[in-house]
Design a protein around this ligand. Structure first.
Ligand SMILES: *[C@@H]1O[C@H](CO)[C@@H](O)[C@H](O)[C@H]1NC(C)=O
Ligand SMILES: *[C@@H]1O[C@H](CO)[C@@H](O)[C@H](O)[C@H]1NC(C)=O
Ligand SMILES: *[C@@H]1O[C@H](CO)[C@@H](O)[C@H](O)[C@H]1NC(C)=O
Ligand SMILES: *[C@@H]1O[C@H](CO)[C@@H](O)[C@H](O)[C@H]1NC(C)=O
Ligand SMILES: [Zn+2]
Length: 667
C-alpha cells in the first residue's frame, strides 16, 4: 500500500440488507465561541471520565468510561465518526433549501448543482435496482450478461464466442473496478515516485474482496430477476470457481516485480491480448514499446490456463456478480439523507471539499488554521529531529542524514485540494459529468468513470508539483475524516473534518491541542519512519538504505518488544508510541516553544490534561472494528503503558497494568 489511512471498515454486503442509519439527523451542538472553547472541551472531557476507575489500572475506563452514556447516537460510535457526522449534518443543512443555479437541461451545471443533484437522486431511491447497473454496463457493446440474456431471450443461446474476459475486465476497469481476476492499479514507480506506471498483479486477498455466502449470492441474483433454481445453481458454481481461483492465488512467485514492454508481455503470454486490453482501458492507442509492470508472473500464466478451460458463461457470471458487489460496496449504504451525503462526499470529493472550504472553512480562518498547523508540525519535526540527533538507535551518519532529510521535506495538504484551487478548477474537473436528477445508478457509474479517467491520466500528464498535487484515490481515502500519510509523496493529508471541535479549535489551549490534533499529526509523521515508511526517501523513492535501518540491532529488538502484546499493525503501534512521545516533548520538553503552563480554566495538572486530551481521540463505545488498527482501548493502553512520563504523572506503582517494568521504545 502506498498510503496509510485510519478508517473504520467500509460498508459491506450486510449493510445492504439492513437499515443502517436512521433518517432523522441529530442535533449537534453549534460551533462553540472562541472564549468558551476550552471550557466546553473541559466539560466534555470531564463528563466522559469515570472517577471510580483507577487510571493506573485501566486508563481507557478512567478517561472514556462514560463516553457512551453521553453519546447514545445511531450516527456515530466514537470520536472520529462524530466529527464526520458533524460534516454530514452541515452539508445536509446547506442543501436543505438549495436552488439549482443552472437550467436543468442546459448542460452547464455548476459543481454545486452536481453535488445537489447527485444527493437528491440518491435520496429518492426507494429500493436499490441492481439490474439498472447491468443495463447500463454490459460485457461489451454487442453482448449482454449471460444471465440477463437468458431472462430476455430464454430460448436462444448466449453467443459465448463474443465474450472475452480480458476485454470485459478492461471495460469494467473504466468504472474503477480493478481487483478481480487481476489487480490493475496506477502506481508510482518504485525508483521514481513522480513517474506513474500501470501495475498488474494478482488480486488482493482482503476479506471484502471475497464472494459473500451462497445464500446472499442467490438472494442478489433473485433480485436482478434470475429464477430461484438457476440462482442457486449459479451461486454454487461461483463458489466453486472462486475456490479454484484461491488455489492459483497460492502459487509461488520467483520473479518479483517485472518491468516489461507490451511486446514482451504478449510474446510470453500469447493467449492474453494485453495490448488491446491496455488500449481499451486507456481509450487510446499504445505502441508495443509501452512499458508496464507486473508481479506474480506465475499466477498470470496459471490464470490464463485455468480460464481457457472454464466455460465463458461461468466467467461472465462471475464478473457480473463481482462487479455488482463492487458497486453495492462502493455505493450508498442506504438512501437516507446521511448515507446519501456520505456517498456524495466520496464520489465527488474534490467538489465537496471545495464547497466545504468555501462555506465552512474559508476566509480568514483558513490562513489562521494553516499557520497553526504549520506551527504544530514545525515544533513536532523539531522535536523528532532532536531525538534523531540523540541517536538512541545508534544509526550511522548516512542513515541519520537520510532520516533527517526526509523529516525536513515532509509536507502537509489541508483538504486534499491543489493550492491554487478555485471554482473554475472544480467546474472543469467535473465538466464531463452530467448528473441526472433521477438516475442514481447512471450518476454513480459516471463518477466512477471520472475517477478512473483521472487516475489513468497520471500516466501521461507531467508530474504535479508539491503545490498542485492532491491525492486521487479510492473511495476509502476520499471518505477519511482523519489525516493520512502518503509514503510516495512524503505528504500528510489533513481532511477538513478534523479541524473542528472536539478535535481541534484554533483557540484551544496548546496542552489540549497537542494531546489531540498534535498527537494525530505526530502519529502521521512517524509513519514516514515506521518499517514500511523507512523504505522511501524524502521524495518517496524506494531506497536500500531505509530497509537496512530496520535490520539494525536496536531497531529489531524494539520491534520484538512491541510485539510482546501481539498486534497485526505494528506500524500503527510505532506511530502511536513514538508519536505520543514527540507530541509530549514538543510541549513539555526542555526546548519547547509551545504554551505548557497550567491553564486557569482547569484545576487538573497540565500533564494530566495532556493525557486526558490524548484519550479523546480514542473514546467511544468500543463497538467499532477497525481494519488497520487495534481496538481504540488497546491502542490507548498500549501507548500509555510504554510511556514513562505517564506513570510518573499518575504516580503508578511499578508493575501495575499501566506501568509495566519493561517498556518499549523506538528512536
Ligand atoms: C446556463 O445556461 C443558461 C442558458 O442555457 C443560462 O441562462 C445560465 O445563466 C447558465 N448558467 C450558468 C451558471 O452558467
Ligand atoms: C421457449 O420454448 C418453450 C418450449 O420449447 C416455449 O413453451 C416457450 O413459449 C418459448 N418461449 C419464448 C419466449 O419463445
Ligand atoms: C524521475 O522522473 C522525472 C521525470 O521523468 C525526472 O525529471 C526525475 O529526474 C526523475 N527522478 C529520479 C530520482 O530519477
Ligand atoms: C535543547 O537545545 C540545545 C541546543 O540546540 C541542545 O543542545 C539540547 O540537547 C536540547 N535539549 C533537548 C532536551 O532537546
Ligand atoms: Zn496510522
Amino acid at each position: 500500500m502506498f498510503k496509510h489511512t485510519d478508517l473504520p471498515p467500509s460498508a459491506l454486503f450486510l449493510l445492504f440488507f439492513s437499515a443502517y442509519f436512521l433518517l432523522t439527523p441529530i442535533d449537534c451542538a453549534s460551533d462553540v465561541s472562541a472564549v468558551s472553547v476550552n471550557m466546553k472541551q473541559m466539560q466534555a472531557i470531564e463528563s466522559y471520565m469515570d472517577l471510580n476507575e483507577n487510571p493506573c489500572e485501566n486508563y481507557y475506563a478512567y478517561a472514556c468510561g462514560n463516553w457512551a452514556h453521553q453519546h447514545s447516537s445511531e450516527h456515530y460510535t466514537e470520536a472520529t465518526s462524530l466529527i464526520d457526522h458533524k460534516v454530514n449534518k452541515r452539508l445536509i443543512d446547506y442543501f436543505q433549501n438549495y436552488q439549482l443555479q443552472s437550467d436543468a437541461n442546459s448542460g452547464n451545471q455548476t459543481y454545486t448543482d452536481k453535488i445537489w443533484l447527485y444527493y437528491r437522486a440518491c435520496k429518492h431511491v426507494k429500493e436499490r435496482q441492481l439490474q439498472r447497473y447491468l443495463e447500463l454496463v454490459r460485457p461489451s457493446a454487442h453482448l449482454d450478461w449471460q444471465l440477463m440474456h437468458q431472462l430476455r431471450a430464454p430460448n436462444t443461446t448466449w453467443p459465448a464466442s463474443h465474450f472475452n474476459w480480458l476485454f470485459t475486465l478492461a471495460k469494467l476497469r473504466r468504472y474503477s473496478f480493478g481487483d478481480t481476476l487481476i489487480s490493475h492499479v496506477i502506481s508510482p514507480k518504485s525508483a521514481n515516485a513522480s513517474v506513474y506506471v500501470l501495475d498488474l498483479d494478482k488480486p488482493t486477498k482482503e476479506e471484502e474482496n471475497k464472494l459473500p455466502s451462497m445464500e446472499t449470492i442467490a438472494v442478489i441474483l433473485l433480485r436482478v430477476g434470475v429464477p430461484k433454481l438457476r440462482a442457486i445453481v449459479v451461486a454454487k458454481q461461483l463458489h466453486e470457481f472462486e475456490r479454484q481461483l484461491q488455489k492459483l492465488h497460492d502459487i509461488d512467485d520467483e520473479h518479483g516485480l517485472l518491468e516489461i514492454t507490451l511486446r514482451d508481455l504478449q510474446a510470453d503470454m500469447p493467449q492474453m491480448p494485453w495490448r488491446l486490453y491496455v488500449q481499451l482501458v486507456l481509450g487510446h492507442e499504445v505502441g508495443l514499446d509501452y512499458e508496464l509492470q507486473i508481479s506474480n508472473w506465475n499466477y498470470f500464466l496459471a490464470l490464463g490456463e485455468f480460464l481457457k478451460n472454464t466455460k465463458d458463461s461461468l466467467i461472465c457470471n462471475y464478473l457480473m456478480f463481482k462487479f455488482l458487489s463492487f458497486l453495492v460496496r462502493d455505493g450508498a449504504s442506504s438512501f437516507s439523507k446521511v448515507d446519501c451525503m456520505w456517498d456524495v462526499r466520496t464520489k465527488m470529493d474534490v467538489a465537496v471539499n471545495f464547497l466545504y472550504k468555501q462555506q465552512f472553512y474559508g476566509g480568514d480562518s483558513a490562513a489562521k488554521y494553516e499557520a497553526d498547523i504549520e506551527r504544530i508540525l514545525t515544533s513536532a519535526k523539531h522535536e523528532f529531529a532532536a531525538k534523531l540527533d540523540a541517536n538512541a538507535m545508534q544509526l550511522r551518519p548516512a542513515q541519520l542524514q537520510y532520516l533527517k532529510r526526509k523529516l525536513a521535506a515532509m509536507r502537509f495538504n489541508i483538504g486534499n485540494l491543489p493550492s491554487a484551487v478555485d471554482e473554475h478548477f472544480v467546474n472543469a474537473y467535473y465538466a464531463g459529468v452530467h448528473i441526472s436528477h433521477k438516475d442514481y445508478y447512471k450518476n454513480h457509474l459516471q463518477l466512477l468513470q471520472l475517477n478512473a479517467r483521472r487516475e489513468h491520466a497520471q500516466l501521461t500528464t507531467p508530474p504535479a508539483s508539491a503545490a498542485e498535487y492532491f491525492y486521487i484515490g479510492d473511495s476509502d481515502s476520499a471518505r477519511s475524516c482523519t489525516p493520512f500519510y502518503l509514503f510516495r509523496r512524503n505528504l500528510i493529508v489533513i481532511p477538513y473534518a478534523i479541524l473542528q471541535p472536539p478535535m481541534f479549535h484554533i483557540n484551544m489551549h496548546d496542552i489540549l491541542k497537542m494531546g489531540l490534533l498534535g498527537f494525530v499529526l505526530t502519529h502521521e509523521i512517524i509513519h514516514g519512519f515506521d518499517p514500511t515508511g523507512l523504505s522511501y526517501d524524502y521524495a518517496g523513492n524506494e531506497q536500500e538504505i531505509g530497509e537496512r535501518i530496520t535490520r539494525n540491532a536496536q531497531f529489531e529488538s524494539s520491534l520484538t518488544c512491541l510485539q510482546q502484546i501481539e498486534t497485526e499493525s505494528v506500524d500503527e503501534r510505532i506511530a502511536d508510541i513514538v508519536g505520543l512521545r514527540v507530541a509530549f516533548d514538543a510541549l513539555f520538553g526542555a526546548n519547547a516553544t509551545m504554551n505548557a503552563r497550567q491553564p486557569s480554566f482547569s484545576a487538573i495538572p497540565a500533564k494530566r490534561l495532556f493525557f486526558l486530551s490524548f484519550a479523546q481521540f480514542f473514546c467511544g463505545n468500543l463497538l467499532t472494528e477497525f481494519t488497520d488498527h487495534d481496538a481504540d482501548n488497546v491502542r490507548l493502553q498500549q501507548t500509555l503503558l510504554n510511556f514513562e512520563p505517564f506513570a510518573e504523572e499518575y504516580q503508578c506503582a511499578l508493575g501495575v497494568a499501566m506501568n509495566p517494568e519493561r517498556k518499549c521504545k523506538l528512536y
